[in-house]
Design a protein around this ligand. Sequence first.
Ligand code: ZN
Length: 397
Amino acid sequence: MEDKSTKNKINGAIISSRLAFVEKRWGSSAKQKLINQLPTKEKKLLDSPVFENSWFEFATLETLDKTILDDLAKGDPTILHELGRFSAEFNFWRLPDSVIQQKPEELFKNTSRINVIFQNFGEVEIETLPDKGNIKQVALIYRYQMDVSENYCASALGYFEKLLEQLGFSVTDVKETACQSKGDSVHRYEVSWIAQQLAEKVITKEESYKSFKGTKELTFPNTISGSFTGNSTTSKTTKPEISYNTIKVAQALDREESKFNWRIPILISLIFLSSLIWVVQWLFFSKVEVSTSTEKIQNYNCVGNLAVTIKVDKPYILINSKEELTGLVTSFEDKGKKYFLKVKTLPSNTLVELSLGEFLTNDNKAVEAELIPDVISLIAEVKGQKQNCVCKNAGGN
Ligand SMILES: [Zn+2]
């Protein structure tokens, strides 16, 4: 097994979920403790929406998780499971609709589409296990070319458990039955759940987005006071408790719809007020976040001698080629830097997804997966002949 390579990256969305969790559980000084461990370059981005679209060394996440486990949680291993559950909640809005509209057994077949949003390493294989009565089961088999600690695995189990719960399914068991960090050849996670959906989706993407993003900078004086301990860098990202209250209010309202009581008008006004503030902030302050919440598919016009069609459905480039391509190199430029991804073989007439997060510069810098390239260049061999084409963004649909 290789050493932790600088190529193994984790998305800022996961780092951000750790900061939010720690702040919620232990307050802003604990959050500051984690922030102090971030690389200087990324620390500077904390207040920017770019932070969650940046890619971090995997080792950074491992360091944060170790601090949370050993220091803040005083060694209580159940905290790792909780971290994963929280991340599922925090990042639910990032998942493509086409993935979360599926039944769990289908959703798991798309695990690689979920992974690619959050990490740029590892291969996953899904094994469907026989039903046990009305219990469905799958095994997710991960192979990593690097050391991934048991901590990461424990949080991954929590992530999948909470993800299914949010889709209205009840998880009966989730466990790791083999782990590379314990000397096994793979990491094997087994998840069991009750086949029938027990409830409607517990949370919508919109609610998820609003609860953790939209109310990010709400400044109700009574909830902020006392929690501010850091410098100006931390104050803006302090997520007041109100952001969690907002979503709880919305859920409570759903459940109590049938028996009207006096709290409902107050709750509605609160929701209205927070939505209004959210909309205003959304319009004025976060252009980058706006782009992450719209999911337009971008079309490209290609010129050259490769018979390909290209679309971008962030964070993927979708390529379909009439002919089999070998040694395909896909590249694009952003802010003067050129990013490449090499693929050995691209089968003919098959839609293939290339994750933007896997594109790297010559010095191994990853791209922001939220970016939409203007021009994408392809070079590949077709029947032994080197061919190329250049594809230009023709806008979204
Ligand atoms: Zn493991």
